[in-house]
Design a protein around this ligand. Structure first.
Ligand code: AMP
Length: 588
């Protein structure tokens, strides 16, 4: 593990990508067979492979107590070291080095570290976890302890991106980079990819049921012209559903759902699982879970009420029902395996990723999802030019959508990539001038400054006397200098403090852009904006010139015509017939 730590340091020490890759390639090529997979995963800065949902669950304070005890220092010593470096791994290394800590026992190997991480994850409770961590650190010299803590805390920070790791694997084992990248997408495990490359078996990387793939992502496009310049013509257009990305895996009567971060979320959406159980095929769908009632999408804020609950109660299922809207088919097998035997867990299915979207869509439409209650497929239209695309955008915005997903019909499915095969087009629906009524200290880079603003419009209903009613909260879109200035101003004009939140004098007018507006009881106005952001401070406007509640209601009411999303589902009579993939046209 010492050699691993030195290699990681050498990679951190150079800014030149080619040197990073060469150093890593030489190291990986020299790893013992059983070391290689873990060494590669650790270089990605993870204690476990990406698709492995385990976490060590070892917190800051447990690490501090263990290391302070080993170094023979009192409580708070690690905190003090941390204040100097702002890096947990570094401060662990510093504390042990100061205490002249000598490793106990034989030198630690990479697989032993992997074993210890697994034991920490499996141990129950902080005391048991700390005991395993303590045994591990006692065996380390300070430099190695520093590296191990960095991996454990997810803060390796040696300037290696996934692409560099793949390049190093290709170089180290003399393989084609494209083959390594493809295997990497399918396995979702850089360690496994390294082994396959070493053994010249990259072609055997397979898509396996119940092992989620990373989701294909979309690149933002500025306008219609950029979309057409990048994708050519015609383009395929779908609503950009505001729900939860999900991958549905099915084998016989077993159905599981995975989130975008590859976690198993099956238990959170029992309706979707029930709906898919009886389907007569096996495979993998990509789609979005949407809150859905009576043929209409529910606002994300309502869906949010269901999230975070491992098993939703009957009550919440009734309150916020969901459907699964599929927009892609990634793998498919028709019933039993070719030899008549039932396929089992982990068996391969036919990967469709490299087929063009046209073919994947055609197969998706043949699955009968649109006539299965609880499931649906994304409505697709084809736009031949910028004008048609603009018209689709305007219509979908009027339906209350945040934007469009635009896809190249000939594109393959690239897991985990934010390529140019899919683009997203968003444009603010409108802006409103609001007054800031509350402020909060920000997070991360913005900690220590007042950067989160709650803002209000005036209630112009009879008898309300222009009372201010909150309508949203935005993290500042302002520059650091503007935030610093506003912080000073709000410090001086605070009316009341409630913990982190301060009520401030309602004098600063801000122009807020947003994509969608919903009814919501989160704010006093009865409305909430989706994706609000501050466009600018309106120093030219006085607080009595801000927008009114009726203006908000007007924008909202215009959005309500006809239902927010278009989804082909059994619940909507006019949408049951599925258009052929090759023929839909804009405005259909
Ligand atoms: P973003 O999260 O802004 O990068 O946008 C990409 C996300 O949009 C995806 O992760 C999906 O969850 C979501 N999405 C909504 N509708 C679609 C669609 N029709 N096709 C693909 N992704 C979609």
């Amino acid at each position: 593990m010492r050699r691993w730590s030195e290699t990681a340091q050498a990679i951190a020490d150079t800014r030149r990508t080619s040197e990073k890759v060469a150093t890593l390639a030489a190291y990986l090529a020299s790893c013992a067979p059983h070391e290689l997979p873990l060494a590669a995963v650790f270089m990605a800065g993870r204690p476990f492979p990406e698709r492995d949902a385990r976490t060590t669950g070892l917190g800051w304070s447990a690490i501090a107590r263990v290391v302070e005890a080993i170094a023979g220092r009192g409580a708070g010593a690690l905190g003090a070291a941390y204040d100097r470096s702002s890096d947990l791994g570094q401060s662990v290394g510093d504390l042990l080095a100061d205490a002249r800590h000598q490793p106990v026992g034989p030198p630690l190997t990479v697989p032993e570290v992997g074993q210890a991480f697994a034991s920490i994850a499996a141990a129950r409770g902080p005391a048991a976890k700390s005991a395993v961590f303590g045994d591990l650190i006692r065996r380390c010299d300070p430099f190695t302890a520093r590296a191990i803590t960095k991996i454990l805390s997810g803060e390796l920070r040696i300037g290696l991106r996934e692409g560099h790791l793949e390049a190093a694997i290709a170089k180290g084992f003399g393989r084609d980079l494209a083959d390594v990248q493809w295997a990497g997408m399918l396995t979702g495990d850089i360690g496994r990819t390294a082994e396959l490359a070493r053994d010249d078996r990259l072609g055997e990387a397979e898509l396996v049921l119940f092992r989620p793939l990373r989701s294909m992502l979309a690149h933002p496009a500025a306008d219609e012209a950029e979309v057409l310049a990048r994708l050519g013509s015609p383009v395929w257009v779908e609503d950009k559903y505001d729900g939860i990305r999900a991958q549905l895996h099915k084998l016989d009567r077993e159905v599981r759902l995975y989130s975008r971060d590859l976690h198993d979320v099956t238990d959170q959406f029992p309706e979707v699982i029930r709906a898919a159980t009886d389907l007569g095929w096996d495979g993998i769908l990509d789609g979005e879970v949407l809150g859905w009632r009576d043929g209409m999408a529910l606002p994300f804020l309502q869906l949010q009420a269901r999230l975070g609950r491992k098993r939703p109660s009957e009550e919440i299922q009734e309150l916020v029902p969901v459907i699964f809207v599929a927009f892609d088919l990634l793998a498919f097998a028709d019933g039993a395996a070719a030899d008549g035997a039932a396929r089992g867990h982990g068996d391969p299915v036919q990967a469709l990723l490299r087929l063009p979207l046209t073919e994947r869509r055609e197969r998706l439409e043949a699955l009968g999802l649109a006539t299965t209650p609880g499931l649906g497929i994304a409505t697709l239209v084809s736009a031949p030019d910028a004008e048609a695309l603009s018209a689709v955008f305007a219509a979908s915005q009027q339906r209350g959508n945040e934007g469009l997903m635009i896809k190249d019909p000939s594109s393959i499915y690239s897991p985990g990539r934010r390529g140019y095969g899919w683009l997203k087009l968003k444009r603010p629906l409108s802006t409103l001038d609001c007054v800031v009524v509350g402020v909060e200290v920000g997070h991360g880079r913005r900690h220590g400054v007042l950067s989160d603003y709650t803002f209000a419009v005036s209630d112009d209903r009879p008898g309300s006397d222009g009372r201010l009613v909150t309508v949203g909260k935005a993290y500042s879109g302002l520059t650091d200098a503007e935030i610093a200035e506003m912080t000073k101003w709000f410090e001086a004009h605070t009316l009341q403090r409630h913990g982190r939140y301060r009520l401030v004098e309602p004098t600063v007018v801000v122009e807020i852009a947003f994509d969608v507006i919903h009814r919501s009881d989160r704010h006093a106005s009865g409305f909430a904006m989706r994706f609000p952001r501050i466009v600018r401070i309106r120093t030219d406007k006085a607080p009595d010139e801000i927008d009114t509640l009726s203006a908000v209601a007007r924008i909202h009411d215009q959005l309500q015509e006809g239902g927010r999303y278009r989804v082909l589902t059994a619940g909507e009579a006019e949408a049951v017939s599925v258009p052929r993939a090759g023929t839909p046209t804009a405005g259909a």
